[in-house]
Ligand binder design. Sequence first.
Ligand code: P6P
Length: 338
Amino acid sequence: MSDIRTLGEFIVEKQHDFPHASGELSSLLSSIKLAAKIVNREINKAGLVDITGAFGGENVQGEEQQKLDVYANDKFKAALEARDQVCGVASEEEDEAVSFNKELSQNAKYVVLMDPLDGSSNIDVNVSVGTIFSVYRRVSPVGTPATEEDFLQPGNQQVAAGYIIYGSSTMLVYTTGNGVHGFTYDPSLGVFCLSHESLQTPEDGRIYSINEGNYFRFPMGVKKYIKFCQENVPEDDRPYTSRYIGSLVSDFHRNLLKGGIYLYPSTATHPNGKLRLLYECNPMAFLIEQAGGKASDGVGRIMDIKPTELHQRVPFFVGSTNMVEKVEAFLAEFPDQD
Ligand code: P6P
């Protein structure tokens, strides 16, 4: 037992890396840890109870809300509000940002943006899904309600980001700008145990993750990159592999560990790409950069984009640096669709 380092112990240990840390961010991360355990329990029962059926509502994306989407959103919101470290939350499941009304919450200095259950359409077919979160210091005065400006900050202002992947095992992976660390949940102990300290992603890889069903309307540069992968057997003779789960957290996590690139370019149905800048692309970009990789909209750094809308979409290319830079080069030469 002595060599187990739990997430709670690790957060406190790392808090000392920030001499002025007051423990508020540690408490915030502990809220996320608690909600992750609660959501994990329900996801693992999803096949057994009538909770995977569509909730009937629609979220701001016009997507049918699976009951677990709503459940996860409510649990993470409640956990974040309970500990008074967060003055407001923005979520894929909420049309507008939510400012917490409690006086103690309005004195809090952080806001959280999240996709409470990304890839939820996969739940019914038992494919991994995930929660993605992103944390900022508020820019509005402490003691007042959170404002839209608190949520429309560029990704380079994040103070923490991470995801929970509910897969063959449940893992929590996060960064506070001091490396990327992964924790695997042990349900018999009810704790997340450090399993991947100071993760670094390979600067190159052989895995590319993209929905090739949209091929016809990809920008020419993306078509050129796919053809490059299919026709070039690298020196080490390991050919490229196409792997696409349809769940960002799962594809990202595999590529983070093995090396690879995830691509969601502009398509016919999503001219600005499908992925959301604030609560999908920015947190993943923070993580991949901390792990030595790169995240781009095809032209520039994801985390330098100044947001204009809460649910805005951007084209998204994330993973091993050499692979992302290769796509950027093709897009610079062939930016149009034909
Ligand atoms: P498509 C899930 O809805 C999601 O936001 C990501 O998790 C996933 O990578 C992508 O969309 C899948 O989109 O168009 O390939 O089904």
